[in-house]
Design a protein around this ligand. Sequence first.
Ligand code: HEC
Length: 159
Amino acid sequence: MKKIILFFGLVFLMSCGSSEEKKKGFEYNRTQKEDKKAYSAGESSVPIDLDNKGIGPIKSVDFSGSIDNDLADQGKAVFTQKCTACHMANRKLIGPAMQGIYDRRSPEWVMNMLLNPTEMLKDDPIANALLKEYNNVMMLNQNLSQDEARSIAEYLRTL
Ligand code: HEC
């Protein structure tokens, strides 16, 4: 029995002292700081054009009513499943932060970006500039239905 306790004690000590954990923590903090700096310095050269509706199946989206909370909840679920590998609400990850998206893009542009990212990245001027800004990392087509894309668009209104 004593030997077993000693063994687990040792394993515990070893895992506590792992320098890898500490290094990871450090790298994480550093990235966060750098992101903040890039944001506040306003280095982005991506154009803002709310008249641009993007390229794809969506010609008009009506945001005149108040937020539909049920739809936004559905959108949040899809977002969590299909987007959080690359996006966070309020911080840059692999792709841009989602907060304030409608201050810089039209809802039609956003939905076309969700449904048709490959063509958008190729031919839309804003998506083009984003692609450069994000070191040519391509947003992947998640094969969303139009209903799923619409629910995500509603969720993004709540951020
Ligand atoms: C593989 C990583 C990846 C996934 C998965 C992904 N995105 Fe993206 N997204 C990006 C990148 C990177 C960009 C910036 C453009 C580029 O370089 O492709 C982007 C751009 C965007 C933009 C435009 C942002 C802006 O500031 O104009 C929106 C909106 C967006 N993504 C939403 C989503 C949603 C919603 C999902 C889930 C359905 C999703 N993305 C899935 C990587 C991803």
